[in-house]
Design a protein around this ligand. Sequence first.
Ligand code: F6P
Length: 491
Amino acid sequence: MTADRRRLIVVSNRGPVSFRKDDHGERVARRGGGGLVTALRPLVSHHDVTWIASAITDEDGAVAAEAGGESFDEVALDGSPYKLRLVAHDPVAYDAFYNVVSNPTLWFLQHYLWDLANGPLVDSGLRRAWESGYVTVNEAFAGAVLAELEAEPEAAVFFHDYHLYLAPRLVRERRPDATLTHFVHIPWAQPDYWRVLPEPIRRAVHEGLLANDVVGFHTARWRDSFLACCEEFLGAECEREEDRAVYRDRRVLATVRPISVDPSEFDELATRPEVLAIEREIEARRPDRLVLRVDRTDPSKNVVRGFRAFELYLEVHPEVHRSVGMLALLDPSRQDIPEYAEYLGAIQRAARAVNDRFAQEGWTPIELRIEDDFLGSVAAYKQYDVLLVNAIFDGLNLVAKEAPLVNERDGVLILSENAGAHEELGDWAISINPFDVSAQAEALHVALEMPVDERRARIEAIRAQVREHDLAAWIEAQIGDLDGVAAHARR
Ligand code: F6P
């Protein structure tokens, strides 16, 4: 990484670390889950970072209280020092923020997950959750950012994701000269779909984001939808050739910066003793050819259709019975939200249906593991022959970048055309329409029968792309965008 060290304030709902009490009542720190946190951790090693995040567990709340709500010193896994500020929220407000607005509403909207004849119900409950949950939590984040800017007025603020659409505007009102950027890690839906939300809410979302200097997306597709929404809902003037929106006399740069991974981290993980032990266990049980999927149990990940496609494949190709199997490693996610709890049930039923139909003595077609097991995922990455990523919509999908780096079997990537990673990796993957289960069944057949030379050429091209456009390059590009904005402001 070549960029100079900067003062950065990183702001995300989930922090890089979360605290809990172990069985002996001792406080232990655990790395925060999810792609965003994994991707942002290296920032801490290369820049002077204060990270602001929600206090999510009870123990996070205790840590926040001990620090008097201020930032405190922390050390990253690699020994780098940084500051952490945990924002404690009223539990009722946080529940409305996370379990009513952020996930069942904004996440569902941005991944096109509603069946509009049946949902969502936009009523006073949603409006209340918006006002007393989403607005309140965003105000608390804005307050924390303003307090940190008081101490470090030159720091640039990096907001992340759909939990924090309102905070930038609240900060901008008090600090007109602050440097604010926001990275949106999920898709941006087209204007008509946003119209499900009441006008004041969709206006607030877009006005909030346009209070930044830079708004970043993984793909041109999501960026263009965002600019179309800004034009349509706010009357912003969009300078498409320059990727800018002009609104209330401010110019906002809308960038396309697909996030990536740190290949050296995966090189190291692949040889760790714990990973090797799990890999040996997978190897001992694996069928001749293995189809892998690694996801959170999120409706956007399209697990049920993936199982249905595998069922169709087994139906059409009885000759592969016993020799092909699917391993599904699924991290249980957001289980306080009814749609997610129901989806987990649907996943289990769908896997059981396939196994009830086809299993034979000594062969279970689908092995379903529901647990948060990152090292187990890395072990499985090494062992797949086909990696299935069939998301309905996905901002990027880091699995599609991580797994080929460490795979040892020239595995083939089957990739949804609606995953952001498709813009970069589509040429070397087998592209699928995530709704078309027959096409996915056919893709499984093509991938599993592909000659080794072709498989190797494809995975090597994917690796080269990911190694060249790695996480360090992503971070540098973001810093470059900030410099560009600063230079523009000086002119
Ligand atoms: O960008 C989407 C994201 O924030 C990812 O970082 C992560 O994989 C996931 O959502 C985590 O969600 P949650 O914080 O709700 O567990």
